[in-house]
Design a protein around this ligand. Structure first.
Ligand code: PHE
Length: 336
């Protein structure tokens, strides 16, 4: 084998061995083994004396180059082992990590849409407490203690006497007291009920409430506002129906249903097989509630509505189980 070939082999052997060197000691052993006085390189170069005058400088130069490469490799490897050369640890050939983008929850998307619709009609958007006093959640809404309407909204009672609010209506008297008439405000937020869960009931859901107080407010104003809301969110013509409903804080009171877009009105678990989804409670603000808010019912009147945001989102996107919203299932959330 020519000296040139032997040097090449030496280079390969070195690369193979340095790849396995795990510590500084192993590196200095390698240095002795390859470049030491009795090392592999010297052994090969002993053959120099047999070469012709022409060949000697050529092989000499080659051997020098190899020696420099080995010294360089040993230096780099020792830096890596000592942790000095951090960039050496980055393997640029590895495939990159995929960046996961977050996105808004479908409830938030629709809430934002509704807030836009109402701010364009000069409504304020107000936030409110989720742990609420009995007064704002029930009493000021014309629901005294022992009123049977409390049974419809069983909730979680806290040790300090507050309750987890059962409805965003808790903001009605708060807003009246703070801003006085005339008043236009919407209150989106989370509410709680103590009930058994199924495809259309959750213990923890969202409402979007609205309140307008002015001179001579009537049912026509209420219905027109509801229509604006529904067509703004669903972006298509859908059947709605208004029927009498009882809420102690409105008089007269209504419930508004939207045709079930999930089944097209045929009947499915979302609409409890009725073809309609109950979405709104609404009506004209009861005079007692205005009084609690410090507003004279002889001078002012108003309407209020409260809609179940989860149900509206279900109708809009054709979602067939309310429990999906809180499931944390990315396969569901990624679709919006
Ligand atoms: N708060 C009522 C509910 O949760 C809905 C409602 C709001 C009804 C405003 C009338 C007026 O069922």
């Amino acid at each position: 084998m020519s000296l040139e070939e032997q040097l090449k082999q030496l280079r390969n052997k070195f690369l193979h061995e340095i790849g396995r060197a795990k510590n500084i000691q192993a590196l200095s052993d390698l240095e002795i083994k390859f470049l030491g006085r009795k090392g592999e390189m010297s052994r090969i170069l002993k053959g120099l004396k047999n070469l012709s005058g022409e060949e000697k400088p050529k092989i000499g130069a080659l051997a020098n180059e190899l020696k420099n490469q080995i010294v360089n490799d040993l230096n780099k490897a020792s830096q890596v082992i000592k942790g000095e050369a951090k960039e050496e640890l980055i393997d640029l050939t590895l495939p990159g990590k995929k960046v996961m983008y977050g996105r808004l929850h479908p409830i938030t998307l629709v809430k934002n849409e509704l807030a836009d619709i109402f701010t364009s009609m000069s409504f304020m958007v107000l936030d409110g407490p989720e742990a609420e006093s009995d007064f704002y959640n029930f009493e000021s809404l014309n629901i005294p203690p022992y009123h049977p309407a409390r049974d419809m909204q069983d909730t979680f009672y806290l040790k300090d006497g507050n309750v987890l609010r059962t409805q965003t209506s808790n903001m009605q008297v708060r807003a009246m007291q703070k801003y006085g008439p005339p008043l236009r405000a919407v209150f989106p937020g989370r509410v709680f009920r103590n009930e058994a869960t199924d495809a259309s009931h959750e213990t923890n859901f969202f409402q979007f409430e609205g309140l307008m107080i002015d001179k001579d407010i009537n049912i026509g104003n209420l219905v027109a506002t509801m229509q604006e809301l529904i067509s703004g969110v669903l972006k298509k013509q859908v059947e709605v129906r208004l029927r009498p409903g009882y809420f102690p804080f409105v008089e007269p009171g209504f419930e508004m249903d939207v045709e079930c877009l999930n089944c097209g009105g045929k009947g499915c678990p979302v609409c409890k097989h009725s073809g309609w989804v109950e979405i709104f409670g609404c009506g004209l603000v009861h005079p007692n509630v205005l009084k609690y808010g410090g507003i004279d019912p002889k001078k002012w009147s108003g309407f209020a509505f409260g809609l179940g945001l989860n149900r509206l989102v279900m109708v809009k996107y054709g979602i067939n189980d309310i429990r999906l919203f809180m499931s944390g299932d990315l396969r569901f959330l990624k679709q919006f």
